[in-house]
Design a protein around this ligand. Structure first.
Ligand SMILES: Cc1cc2nc3c(=O)[nH]c(=O)nc-3n(C[C@H](O)[C@H](O)[C@H](O)COP(=O)(O)OP(=O)(O)OC[C@H]3O[C@@H](n4cnc5c(N)ncnc54)[C@H](O)[C@@H]3O)c2cc1C
Length: 428
């Protein structure tokens, strides 16, 4: 709603500055459409950067996973708007001057201020659009994909100049130019707070370091962290932080991990399953290693529930945020923990202890997804048999994408309203 209102205000100068009757030729109409597309593209680019600014208020209210989803959706529209802007302006100018299109491109690059950087920005957006295609994204290592994405900041910088030196609506001083400059300033401020000042404050305040690394099973470790003023840490069970371990081989990467125990004033803990090179390296962290974090973030918390009872469904290492959240949910929750083999069950003893302390019913459902037992149990009828008041509960789901998708279908057909289902898939 706010984003749409912002878009209308941002495009309205075109409306005001374009007298009726001025679109009397094809060239004028094409150029006008190109200008609108340009304003839309400029606005969407700012929205994109704002969504990823990691501003605490956005991360807490909207939730990182939803912000990432919006970012992905807006990205496709941004790409279309940029290509439309480029094509319509070039063809519109070419028709108006009677030049071939390629000649017009050359003239724009040669005679107009900031056009080389604007074309470069458009090229980067096309490249980023390609990396957003699911198949391409899967093929690229996450770190490379992430580093390529940081080029969005370059787009902001490169695209800025031509908007104000050539943009018919933004060149002359006036309310339109002031509004757009204000939007740029607001987005840069959000970036500064979300990406620099917020983490700086958190890290200087809490000065986290590794206390111990404990093996939970051959593929999983729990990393305990100590620090200062941990009693004041603003962290809810179910939230995650991005962790950068400042040691050789690890300091260059920041990875998201949920806390696997609620904040207790003495230590924090994450529980990490080895799936690749970075998680493998984390098994060998030394006590005393300094850690730089960004966060906390996420709305997968007891505070975001709509009812007083909860059903939690975890798969494999998806138990980590759920284990932390169990401490903060009202007593009487129910937990279904899916694991392939008994050895894959994590934090078993703590869960059993919490079951007693918080009057939580726990079912360990062991076996592959094709085994008849788990298959029946995870169906709509099976879930209803286990938890008859299912539809009146908030349901929290965390685990592999397949388990989450299957469970959502079963829950929906068992009558659980969509707004009561909370998801965490460990994918951003
Ligand atoms: C919100 C959230 C919370 C998470 N909590 C936990 C947890 O509590 N315990 C746990 O074991 N795992 C958790 N994960 C998953 C964990 O972040 C990845 O398994 C880990 O980053 C993989 O790194 P790798 O280099 O070992 O493996 P890789 O083989 O490099 O990556 C495997 C997959 O992990 C994802 N990934 C890799 N690097 C990053 C990154 N820097 N940022 C985001 N995603 C990345 C990508 O989808 C990638 O395909 C969480 C993920 C998210 C998004």
């Amino acid at each position: 709603m706010a984003a749409t209102a912002g878009l209308v205000v941002s495009v309205s100068p075109w409306w005001r500055d374009t007298p009726a009757g001025s679109l009397d030729s094809t060239a004028a109409t094409l150029t006008a459409a190109g200008r609108i597309a340009g304003l839309v593209a400029g606005y969407l680019l700012l929205v994109q950067v704002l969504l990823m600014s990691r501003l605490g208020i956005l991360e807490r209210w909207v939730g990182t996973e939803r912000l990432v989803r919006w970012h992905r959706d807006v990205g496709a529209t941004l790409l279309v708007a940029v290509l439309a802007h480029l094509a319509l302006i070039v063809v519109g100018y070419a028709r108006s001057a009677g030049h071939p299109v390629l000649t017009q491109v050359g003239l724009l690059l040669r005679d107009y201020e900031d056009m080389v950087s604007a074309f470069t920005a458009a090229g980067i957006i096309v490249l980023l659009g390609l990396t957003g295609v699911r198949a391409v994204r899967r093929a690229l290592p996450y770190e490379l994909w992430h580093r390529l994405h940081l080029a969005s900041y370059l787009v902001l910088l490169l695209g800025f100049g031509h908007q104000f030196s050539n943009g018919a609506q933004l060149f002359p001083p006036g309310p339109a130019r002031t509004w757009w400059l204000g939007m740029y300033a607001a987005v840069l401020a959000a970036l500064l707070v979300g990406r620099v000042l917020g983490p700086l404050r958190f890290n200087l305040r809490h000065r986290l370091r590794v206390a111990d690394v404990v093996a939970e099973n051959p593929e999983t470790v729990s990393i305990y962290l100590t620090g200062e003023r941990l009693g004041q840490v603003d962290l809810l069970g179910g939230q995650f932080l991005r962790w950068r371990f400042l040691t050789r081989g690890c300091w260059g990467q920041s990875h998201p991990f949920s806390v696997s125990a609620a904040a207790n004033g003495r230590w924090l803990r994450i529980t990490v399953k080895v799936v690749g090179t970075h998680t493998r390296d984390l098994r060998n962290l030394d006590a005393g290693t300094r850690v730089w974090v960004s966060g906390p973030a996420g709305t997968f918390t007891a505070a975001h529930r709509r009812t007083d009872r909860a059903l939690l469904i975890a798969g494999g290492s998806g138990i980590t945020p759920i284990r932390a959240m169990l401490e903060e949910l009202p007593p009487g929750a129910a937990l279904i923990y899916r694991a392939r083999t008994p050895d894959d069950v994590l934090l078993h003893r703590e869960l059993d202890w919490l079951a007693q302390a918080r009057q939580t019913s726990i079912w360990y459902v062991i076996g592959s997804r094709d085994d008849p037992g788990p298959r029946q149990l995870m169906s709509a009828a099976g879930l209803r048999r286990l938890v008859p008041d299912l539809a009146e509960r908030d349901v929290y789901l965390c685990g592999p994408a397949g388990l989450v998708a299957h469970s959502v279908r079963a829950l929906r057909s068992a009558g659980v309203p969509r707004r009561q289902i909370h998801l965490a898939t460990f994918e951003l």
